[in-house]
Design a protein. Structure first.
Length: 72
């Protein structure tokens, strides 16, 4: 039996991957979180935007997805 992901869970997984990649990018590159010309744009698009998508969908959904990954 195949477990298919609902569209909501798929969007949440995409946002979690976006958040993880953004955090990794901010940690490993010389990209600053704030600049005079862009303001907080890099930090927003790499961290706050995907986090806000996850929280807007359902506050407990990111933790439920992480727990499901660890159970397997």
């Amino acid at each position: 039996m195949h477990d298919t992901l609902s569209p909501r869970r798929l969007r949440a997984l995409i946002a979690m991957a976006w958040l993880a990649a953004g955090a990794l990018l901010l940690l490993l590159t010389p990209l600053s979180g704030h600049s005079e010309t862009l303001g907080w744009t890099p930090a927003f698009w790499l961290l706050l935007a995907p986090a806000s998508v996850l929280v807007a969908m359902k506050p407990s959904l990111p933790m439920a997805l992480l727990m499901a990954l660890f159970r397997r």
